[in-house]
Ligand binder design. Structure first.
Ligand code: HEM
Ligand SMILES: *[C@@H]1O[C@H](CO)[C@@H](O)[C@H](O)[C@H]1NC(C)=O
Length: 323
């Protein structure tokens, strides 16, 4: 009697934990759609492949969408919702405005998936699969994507602006804390930052670094200044590669740049600046296998952030709006 009472209490307590924190990811699984949508992975793969062959940068943009989705109220497709006259979503938030891209490609993937299995696959899962294929197509590791997320019916501009997605001006402790708040370790954070081995950043995101910081290699800074004027407001959207050597190749070059003070963002170089993460950067710079496997493991953890599962949320028909 005492035993069954206490196990009942444990069960109840766990249930409350799940209900009130939304942290359960027990229901995500790699074979979630194996019966209901067996063609899913190949459908997404060929759509990502064709988008990336049209524009190599798209792989980076799709990877980043999954990150920005997961860090704001969990991986729930909220970043994909368009603003309406009565609703403002996450697209105009500081981290996303003039920056997050790839929404048309997500629409294209979604419509192809809807053709093979209508009403079954969430937009949140499409982002997770597209991120995986993007990395693999550009030469990075692959991993088994866990699936079964459902889509939110709403989005939060305030949450997207709250700093949960850390800004490029962040201190190291802010980066560590922001990832910790999502259940990701400092090691996960350093490995995931390796995503900056692909893609582009706008002048406005690195201007202060190239004009004002001292832990930057001088010829690199000079080159970057060439396409990013000092004056606020001029050339703000001019682009520079996050990894100038191989911006379309998913490799460990990003970390090698950090060793040479050639990180583009303040938040990149701060990972190798005499602090607690220096040794991880050195490890990843010299060992691409370790980087690949830590990156893959951290992507799986990131994809596990507070998913909507079971009967919560919905499977959106159109990723841009609730049903
Ligand atoms: C550690 C904290 C992070 C900070 C402060 C940060 C910040 C930034 C900034 C400022 C940009 C340039 C945006 C622009 O100027 O338009 C950028 C681009 C990018 N970020 Fe991050 N990021 C972080 C972590 C991550 C993570 C975890 C991922 C994915 C796993 C990621 C993937 C990317 C990619 C792929 C791009 C290039 C996107 C494109 O070319 O469209 N970042 N990031
Ligand atoms: C450099 O730093 C100064 C002092 O903080 C600031 O006023 C100025 O805007 C910065 N310059 C750039 C190009 O960011």
């Amino acid at each position: 009697m005492a035993f069954s009472f206490s196990s009942l209490m444990v069960t109840l307590a766990l249930g409350f934990l799940v209900v009130f924190t939304g942290k359960s990811s027990a229901q995500l699984s790699t074979n979630f759609y194996s019966k209901t949508c067996p063609k899913l992975l190949n459908t997404v793969k060929s759509a990502v492949q064709s988008a990336v062959s049209k524009e190599r940068r798209m792989g980076a943009s799709l990877l980043r969408l999954h990150f920005h989705d997961c860090f704001v109220n969990g991986c729930d497709g909220s970043i994909l919702l368009d603003d309406t006259s009565s609703f403002t979503g996450e697209k105009t938030s500081g981290p996303n405005i003039n920056s997050a891209r790839g929404f048309e490609v997500v629409d294209d993937i979604k419509s192809k998936v809807e053709k093979v299995c209508p009403g079954v696959v969430s937009c949140a899962d499409i982002l997770a699969i597209a991120a995986r294929h993007s990395v693999a197509i550009l030469g990075g590791p692959s991993w088994n994507v866990k699936l079964g997320r459902r889509d939110s019916k709403t989005a939060s501009l305030a949450a997207a602006n709250s700093g949960v997605i850390p800004p490029p001006t962040s201190t190291l402790s802010n980066l560590i804390n922001r990832f910790q708040a999502k259940g990701l370790s400092a090691k996960d954070m350093v490995a995931l930052s390796g995503a900056h081995t692909i893609g582009q950043a706008r002048c406005v995101a690195f201007r202060n670094r190239i004009y004002n910081e001292s832990n930057i290699e001088s010829s690199f800074a000079k080159n970057r200044r060439g396409n990013c004027p000092r004056a606020t407001g001029s050339g703000d959207n001019n682009l520079a590669p996050l990894d100038f050597q191989s911006p379309n190749k998913f490799d460990n070059q990003y970390y090698k740049h950090l060793l040479n003070q050639k990180g583009l963002l303040h938040s990149d170089q701060i990972l190798f600046n005499g602090g607690s993460t220096d040794s991880l950067v050195s490890t990843y710079a010299s060992n691409s296998k370790t980087f690949n496997s830590d990156f893959a493991a951290a992507m799986i953890k990131m994809g596990d952030i507070s998913p909507l599962t079971g009967s919560i949320g919905e499977i959106r028909k159109n990723c841009r709006r609730p049903n």
